[in-house]
Design a binder for this molecule. Structure first.
Ligand code: PBG
Length: 321
């Protein structure tokens, strides 16, 4: 008898029946930027736009029509202040965008990013006190912000500030406001990554001083990521996240092995922009590279993938034989 693994690679029919990881449109989430000041294409992220809050419904409909079921919403407000109070305004940018999207496409799931960095004038994810990020004061504002997003009609909140106790505070605030059924997707292990650079241009959220290393995780650590995820599950997170994705596939795989809850991975702006730049130069085939990357994230163990390629990937998957 000869050992012949190639038998199961002989043609697409047999390859497809033994395939271990599958990419489906249903697992993709498209991030969306909304603004009422500075709409237009994002230079560092070709193909991605800051959408006028009054017109975002149209894009939401296009996304839904491609087969993507969920968006992750980021707001870019006109006004900022030291404490990020704009984040929970009743008629704030995200709150209005949620209403517009839900009106245009009621069946599209709207997940909102809950953080202060777009709303603080210094660009940090929390309130600064004596040169440091004040954890507990920030958590209070995050909880109010989460409730305001749900009041506006969002389906799920995704806290991303990396403050201690943010998940339990948000859970308590939601429950207190009667939103016991609203799930929390926590950015549990969010690294202090250099891959967020294009996003900060898009969201105008670059910190004016210092960096985010006192709250986002050290890029060398994996045990610490497991600890953060564990804490978030204890605090009531329904879905946990690893971010970025491609440079952190080992973290996704460890989390998958260890925790029996839905796992999301956020393939961030830098991952998008690298592929776009190489594709523009003719150095990579965009479609094949993107589908391979997204499949790799699934193979590592993610159930949900947040990616700027969601809409394009859905179209490509629709066209697959
Ligand atoms: C806000 C937030 C960031 C990203 C998602 N939510 C920026 C940051 O932490 O600096 C990054 C997303 C991306 O790069 O695509 N806290």
């Amino acid at each position: 008898m000869k050992i012949r693994p190639r038998r199961l690679r002989a043609n697409e029919l047999v390859r497809s029946i033994v395939r271990e990881s599958r990419l489906a449109k249903e697992c993709l989430v498209q991030p969306l930027f909304v603004t009422d000041a500075n709409a237009g294409e994002i230079k560092s992220m070709p193909g991605q736009h800051r959408f006028d809050v009054n017109k975002v419904g149209g894009e939401a409909k296009r996304i839904f029509d491609c087969g993507v079921k969920a968006v992750m919403l980021f707001g870019i407000p006109k006004k900022k202040d030291p404490d990020g109070n704009g984040a929970y305004e009743k008629n704030g940018i995200v709150q209005r965008a949620v209403k517009g999207i839900k009106k245009a496409v009621p069946r599209l799931m709207v997940i909102t990013d809950v953080c202060l960095c777009q709303y603080t004038d210094h660009g940090h994810c929390g309130i600064v006190q004596g040169g440091r990020i004040a954890n507990d004061r920030t958590v209070e504002v995050l909880a109010k912000t989460a409730v305001s997003h749900i009041e506006a009609g969002a389906d799920m909140v995704a806290p991303s500030a990396m403050m201690d106790g943010q998940v339990s505070a948000i859970r308590e605030a939601l429950d207190g406001a009667g939103y016991q059924d609203i799930p929390i997707m926590s950015y549990s292990s969010k690294y202090a990554s250099a891959f967020y650079e294009p996003f900060r241009e898009a969201a105008e959220s670059t910190p004016k001083f210092g960096d985010r290393k006192s709250y986002q995780m050290d890029t060398s650590n994996v045990r610490e990521a497991m600890k953060e995820i564990n804490i978030d599950i204890d605090e009531g997170a329904d879905i946990v996240m690893v971010k970025p994705a491609i440079p952190y596939l080992d973290v996704i795989a460890s989390a998958r092995r260890r925790f029996d809850v839905p796992l999301a991975a956020y393939s961030v702006s830098g991952e998008y922009s690298m592929v776009k730049a190489a594709a523009k130069n003719g150095w990579l085939d965009e479609k094949n590279v993107v589908l391979e990357m997204l499949t790799a994230i699934r193979r590592a163990g993610a159930d949900i993938i947040i990616t700027y390629f969601a809409k394009d990937a859905a179209v490509w998957l629709n066209g697959r034989k």
